[in-house]
Write a protein that binds this ligand. Structure first.
Ligand SMILES: Nc1nc2c(ncn2[C@@H]2O[C@H](COP(=O)(O)OP(=O)(O)OP(=O)(O)O)[C@@H](O)[C@H]2O)c(=O)[nH]1
Ligand SMILES: [Mg+2]
Length: 295
């Protein structure tokens, strides 16, 4: 490689393939929330990795999906398409060894104008590595790709190889961000996300899909953040689930969210949470706009 390189890399794929886990591993901080459920990510999240020879501007995106036709899904899919149109390099994430019709739907969206790297994630789950070979040959034939890199976002396996492959495809040019800049997202935004992460991690079934977190107040000193947050749920019965017996679930959600904030912000956090009902927002375009979903 000759001169310095800098550019954006879109991480796209169907829900739950591990885009956000990979994004965090590549950026080196837990900036984007993760959970074993689809539609965890609801925003475009930018994260910068600065190295002596290259600056990578990773963009995490919501999972692209065709199955739900609600307004929320349409907004999330639009985020993916906007990010794809602007990226210098495309990182299309799939689960290694498995390509579904949902993956194929995304393949059809990838712009031919940018280099496309297929990132085959979760290789730690494949016990016999040589069993991957026929699948790798098959995807190489079926899709128009510049490279295929098998990785494990969880264990870190092969991430150095992925970084080398991506750097070679970035445009030559100066750094777009300061060396120490990590993201363009505010702590206020990240705080709401980290509360939502606990809802997605701790609650079953459909409860988290109808939740949204708003920060009512955010006060900051050098060593302390005081944060008041409201968790909105889709219905009364969900409110009882989020609060739990004697408030135990809400306490656990708050404790874990606070810990992840303290880690990310490098400061102490005093977090207080309330739970309220807000029905139907996932299918009301005006409500989605007002709530800032997809922004
Ligand atoms: N075994 C294994 N699990 C992984 C790996 N990467 C991610 N996961 C798990 O896959 C699940 C989904 O991870 P996310 O990173 O939230 O997936 P996503 O693609 O961002 O999902 P959406 O935002 O909902 O589209 C989580 O339970 C992760 O722990 C990996 O390399 N190996
Ligand atoms: Mg995600």
């Amino acid at each position: 490689m000759t001169g310095f390189r800098c550019g954006s890399i879109a991480l796209v794929g169907r829900p739950n393939v591990g885009k956000s886990t990979l994004f965090n591993a590549l950026v080196g901080e837990h900036l984007s929330i993760t959970a074993p459920k689809p539609q965890t990510t609801r925003h475009r999240i930018m994260g910068v990795r600065s190295e002596p020879q290259a600056q990578y501007v990773f963009i995490d995106t919501p999972g692209f999906q065709r199955t739900h036709g609600d307004a929320l899904t349409r907004v999330l899919n639009r985020v993916v398409q906007t990010v794809l149109a602007e990226a210098d390099v495309i990182g299309w994430v799939v689960e290694a060894g498995r390509t579904t019709s949902e993956d194929e739907a995304i393949a059809a969206l990838l712009p031919k104008s940018a280099p496309r790297v297929l990132i085959a994630n979760k290789i730690d789950r494949i016990k016999q590595k040589d069993s991957l070979l026929p699948w790798l040959q098959d995807v190489a034939l079926r899709f128009d790709l510049q490279e295929i890199v098998p990785v494990s976002a969880k264990s870190g396996m092969q991430l150095d190889a992925l970084l080398i492959s991506l750097a070679q495809r970035l445009p030559e040019g100066v750094a777009h961000y300061d060396q120490d800049q990590l993201t363009d997202r505010s702590e206020r935004f990240l705080a709401a996300e980290l509360v939502r992460e606990q809802l997605f991690q701790q609650l079953d079934a459909e409860v988290p899909f109808g939740t949204i977190v708003m920060i009512d107040s955010f006060r900051e000193t050098a060593s302390m953040r005081t944060i008041h947050a409201t968790i909105f749920v889709a219905k009364d019965s969900h409110k009882a689930i989020v609060i739990g017996k004697g408030g135990a679930r809400l306490k656990e959600i708050g404790t874990r969210a606070r810990r992840s904030m303290e880690q990310l912000f490098g400061a102490r956090v005093n977090l207080q949470t309330w739970v309220k009902v807000k029905a139907h927002w996932t299918d009301e375009p005006a409500a989605l706009r007002q709530l800032g979903v997809g922004e």
